[in-house]
Design a binder for this molecule. Structure first.
Ligand code: ZN
Length: 469
């Protein structure tokens, strides 16, 4: 039921005529207002519709008021938003979250922005405000240079377990630019440590805000440079050596125990393999330990679509199984079927270079990969393309999750398909740890080229180096 809103305000009888011609007149106003929001109609057109409704019903339903409010917020019609607030406050004791969100958003952009704060307080009495509610208020406080208020709100949302959006964090850096205030600096360093603890990587524009803020601190003498860290972990700009990615013996043992307990033995739904098969695998591994590299064979075999799957795997094995490197390839039984993708002679040659374990065709191989890698010891690396998004959720506490990610960063060999006839590109596992880090006089901040709210296994290769001259 598409409907085109009129361009000018209509008289009552004109609205009536439109309604009568509409296929379901009982929802006419609702559909019409939705369409006005979509096409961003002038508010006096919407207002003329509401006037008509008031005249014929003596009252305007809540949901129609909210839709009208949405249109006003969309267009930044501050006076109208304030009037709506007054009307709704009188008519309804409390509103629902949709209306509160609109009012907070609308008022926070006006010179009456403090009213948005009182509304936030009102929301808090009935529910946990949304991230967007906080975002509106924090940005409003920032725009008016009330940074301690902005940070008060920021801590308030953290205390309610609401993860601030990167946009909020970026805004806090932007609005603090050029201010000299020790307390404020401490707060912003705190955000950087928050990025570290939660292993969040800022995107390019956020990174720029961080850089500009540092460089704007009066008398701070901070200078930022964009750089790539050397494989050795040294920063080419300031020569600082980054933290290494090694886990301590104790951390490693804890992690291994937890993963074997929580992930491998923990949930039946995760392990799509039979207990017999997993036992056979365990015996196989125990008899051949330790390995240096464990490869997810099926995953690697799909690197280049134009190549036979066994050729892709062959390239990877040839590349990685050099010298005394002991490689374990996790395969599937169907790889032994001598098909067009899996040629027997190539499979035979590979098996002379690496150990192979062939699981049932349906088995979930992440558990195998984790088990063989962790049992091999701290030095062992693994190769797969996409990995362990779900399994992190199986790790119950945040410390273990943190260790897991650190271990993953330091032990996952990532590969990417290369163009043309060139061989597959393997990016070595990191010897240094890819997290925000500081020595006091330096900060090193890894960042991503593109915006990506979700954590991804792919750690960035680009860094912002900030040092105090
Ligand atoms: Zn540096």
């Amino acid at each position: 039921s598409r409907i085109q809103p009129p361009e000018k305000p209509l008289k009552s009888e004109e609205w009536n005529r439109l309604r009568e011609n509409f296929q379901s007149p009982e929802v006419f106003e609702e559909v019409m207002l939705n369409s006005m929001i979509k096409s961003n109609s002038p508010i006096d057109v919407a207002k003329s519709l509401l006037t008509q409704v008031a005249q014929s019903n003596g009252d305007i339903a809540y949901n129609l008021l909210v839709k009208y409010l949405a249109l006003c917020v969309q267009q930044g019609q501050t006076a109208e938003i304030q009037e709506m607030y007054d009307i709704m406050k009188i008519r309804f004791k409390t509103l629902e979250s949709g209306a509160y969100s609109l009012l907070i958003k609308g008022l926070s952009n006006s010179d009456q922005w403090k009213m948005a704060l009182s509304l936030l307080e009102e929301v808090k009495k009935i529910m946990i405000p949304s991230r967007t509610n906080y975002e509106s208020c924090i940005k409003a406080a920032g725009r008016h240079q009330e940074m301690s208020l902005a940070f008060e709100l920021y801590h308030d949302m953290l205390s309610k377990d609401l993860m601030p959006t990167l946009d909020i964090l970026k805004a806090l850096f932007d609005f603090s630019r050029g201010m000299k205030d020790a307390e404020l600096q401490k707060e912003l360093f705190g955000i950087l440590l928050h990025l570290r603890e939660n292993q969040i990587y800022p995107h390019k524009t956020f990174m720029r805000s961080i850089k500009l803020w540092f460089e704007s601190i009066p008398g701070g003498n901070w200078r930022g440079h964009l750089t790539n860290i050397k494989d050795s972990g040294q920063c080419p700009v300031c020569s600082h050596q980054l933290e290494d990615s090694d886990l301590t013996e104790e951390e490693y043992n804890n992690l291994r125990e937890r993963i074997i307990k929580d992930v491998i033995h923990g949930t039946d739904t995760f392990r799509k393999t039979s207990p017999q098969e997993f036992e056979a695998f365990q015996t196989f591994v125990e008899n051949r330990l330790p390995f240096d590299i464990v490869i997810d064979g099926l995953n690697v075999s799909h690197i280049k679509l134009k190549k036979m799957q066994c050729e892709n795997l062959f390239d990877a094995v040839n590349y990685l199984a050099k010298g005394k490197t002991r490689v374990l390839v996790l395969g599937r039984k169907h790889m032994l079927s001598n098909s067009s993708n899996w040629r027997r002679e190539i499979m035979k040659e590979m098996q002379s270079k690496a150990d192979f374990f062939f699981a049932e065709n349906i088995s979930e191989d992440d558990a195998f990969l984790l088990y063989a890698t962790l049992q091999s010891g701290k030095h062992c690396k693994f190769v797969t393309r996409d990995f362990l998004r779900d399994h992190k959720a199986c790790l119950t506490d945040s410390l273990t999750r943190h260790l897991f990610r650190k271990w993953q960063r330091g032990h996952q060999i990532v590969f990417s398909p290369s163009e043309g006839g060139k061989p597959i590109k393997f990016l070595p596992a990191f010897r240094y740890d890819c997290v925000v880090q500081t020595t006091g006089d330096t900060w090193h901040i890894p960042y991503k080229d593109i915006f990506e709210e979700k954590y991804s296994y792919q750690v960035p290769r680009k860094w912002l180096c900030i040092q105090r001259k």
